[in-house]
Design a protein around this ligand. Structure first.
Ligand code: NAP
Length: 242
């Protein structure tokens, strides 16, 4: 489905991003993974081999994003797929949320996607082809107490997706948001049991999702099988409505 494609996946060192990288490389794509933990990225490189390389970077760094995209295009001649997956949480109630917690989540989840999309789109426009997938969340659609910063960043990603899909569609570039529900990754493993149980009770399929189940959808949306899908939000949530 992605044979011969050149992709950047942010947040490739863990959870959903790692699963997407694995599916892409297995499918014959070349993947450049971006994250901050060099050790984890190195271990993934050992597992996936020559079609996976990595850059250690914080996605909120605009200049690093430019440097990374340009280096990739120089080396591989193109960029076909960008998956803006890097994300973080700093959960707390609004009145306890200091500026630092707000900025960290917005800078990583929302500005990070802007940074990579902006630079990737420049090259995709020249190629007149490309796919940008933004990993949002059902929290960005329905909201969630104690996650105002996270919900704002993920809702922001949906507005961002729809806006740039309108700008870039005529150049052959598709932009799609994926909104996972509760997925078993390091991001969710330490949540209090009470919160996990509440999420489970609200999930019609009666279980949590696996990173691979999100990766399968991203693989499909990145491929030509999804050639008429753009500017939309695909929920991968087992039916969870918060
Ligand atoms: P995870 O296992 O914690 O992975 C998060 C990834 O983002 C890691 O690779 C992390 O790498 C990277 N990252 C975080 N901050 C970064 C930064 N400033 N710069 C670069 N990379 C950064 O969590 P996950 O569940 O797989 O989350 C992946 C995406 O899915 C996130 O956008 C998350 O919001 C979204 N999502 C998850 C769920 C869920 O239930 N798990 C539900 C809805 C949406 P380093 O720490 O190495 O930098």
């Amino acid at each position: 489905m992605v044979e011969g494609k050149v992709a950047i996946i942010t947040g490739a060192s863990s959870g959903i991003g790692k699963a997407i990288a694995g599916k892409f490389v297995k499918g014959g794509a070349y993947v450049l993974g971006v994250a901050r933990s060099e050790e984890k990225l190195k271990a993934i490189k050992e597992e996936l081999g020559e079609n996976f390389d990595y850059e250690v970077a914080d996605v909120s760094d605009h200049d690093r994003a430019k440097e990374i995209v340009e280096r990739l295009v120089k080396e591989k001649g193109r960029i076909d797929i960008l998956v803006n997956n890097a994300g973080t949480t700093e959960d707390t109630l609004l009145v306890r949320m200091d500026e630092e917690k707000w900025d960290k989540v917005i800078d990583t989840n929302l500005k990070g996607a802007f940074n990579y999309s902006r630079h990737a789109a420049t090259h995709m426009m020249r190629q007149r082809s490309g796919v940008i997938i933004n990993i949002s969340s059902i929290v960005g659609i329905y909201g969630n107490a104690a996650q105002a910063n996270y919900a704002a960043s993920k809702a922001g990603l949906i507005g961002f997706t729809k806006s740039i899909a309108k700008e870039l569609g005529k150049r052959g570039i598709r932009v799609v948001a994926v909104a996972p529900g509760f997925i078993e990754t390091p991001m969710t493993e330490n949540l209090p049991e009470k919160i996990k149980k509440a999420a489970l009770d609200m999930t019609p399929l009666g279980r949590f999702g696996k990173p691979e189940e999100v990766a399968n959808v991203v693989l499909f949306l990145s491929s030509d099988l999804a050639s008429f899908i753009t500017s939309t939000v695909v929920e991968v949530s087992g039916g969870l409505l918060i």
